[in-house]
Design a protein around this ligand. Structure first.
Ligand code: UDP
Length: 238
């Protein structure tokens, strides 16, 4: 434990991260790899909460673009996050890591309802605790769910796993001259409309002084180094 700076972290995984080389759904190799990324931190006794997205299966805005009621589509998107959470739980447990899934939408047969105090208890007992179904409300994202849960459980930092190694002033996949920030303020992210997280999530972190670290989940060992206190990507704070 002494090697790690943080004692309680919230890891946000996008649904797309679970697709791996596939164009939809879950590449089974990805949860396995994620389990191994989390293992050293988990075994050292760091409390790890996870929020997983659902974009690999469904997003409400897609449905709305095709004429579906937005709230209906968002409900489908939230259910997609539960599918991902159950897949992660299965993998983590098979890897010998204790894990609970708590859902913001009650579905007691397959996941516990989200109860803040119980979530904290799971974490204290060393269980990886996955928060599914986002905030439980349409018109939000799982980034906002991650910001909300990080604040609620008093996580020390929100670790936002992405496919790039930090926050850039423009898209590094399109602009070879894009400049990476080591640190940046919440206000700069919002004013420059940088795509770290959506504005609601960023504002919630700003208002509650929740630091965000944006890092590349495809880089082996990055999560472990981040939890040990290295700035492995971009840190967003005041
Ligand atoms: N969603 C929602 N409320 C929430 C979180 C998620 O309605 O609090 C829905 C929304 O339709 C979203 C989908 O669930 O598009 C999947 O979540 P998200 O797009 O955040 O997943 P990610 O981009 O992280 O894969």
């Amino acid at each position: 434990m002494s090697d790690f700076k943080y004692k309680r972290v919230l890891l946000k995984l996008s649904g797309e991260a679970l697709m791996g080389s596939q164009s939809f759904g879950i590449d089974p190799a990805v949860p396995l790899r994620l389990a191994e990324e989390i293992r050293p931190v988990y075994e050292a006794g760091v409390e790890v909460a996870v929020v997983v997205g659902g974009g690999n299966i469904y997003r409400g805005v897609q449905g709305a673009a095709n004429g579906m009621d937005r709230a209906q589509g968002d409900n489908m998107g939230m259910l997609a996050t539960v599918i991902n959470a159950l897949a992660l739980q299965d993998t983590f447990e098979k890897a010998g890591m204790d894990c609970r899934v708590m859902s913001a939408i009650e579905m007691r047969q397959i996941a516990e309802p989200y109860i803040r105090r119980r979530a904290i208890r799971h974490l204290e007992k060393g269980r990886i605790t996955i928060f599914a179904a986002g905030t439980g409300n349409p018109y939000f994202t799982t980034d906002t769910g991650a910001a909300l849960r990080a604040c609620e459980i008093n996580a020390e930092i929100l670790m936002k796993a992405t496919n790039v190694d930090g926050v850039y002033d423009s898209d590094p996949r399109k602009n070879p001259d894009a400049k990476k920030f080591d640190t940046i303020t919440y206000s700069d992210v919002l004013n420059r409309d940088l795509k770290v997280m959506d504005a609601t999530a960023t504002a919630l972190c700003r208002d509650n002084k929740m630091p965000i670290m944006v890092f590349d989940i495809n880089e082996p060992g990055c999560f472990e180094r981040a939890v040990s206190g290295q700035n492995v990507g971009t840190t967003v704070f005041e």
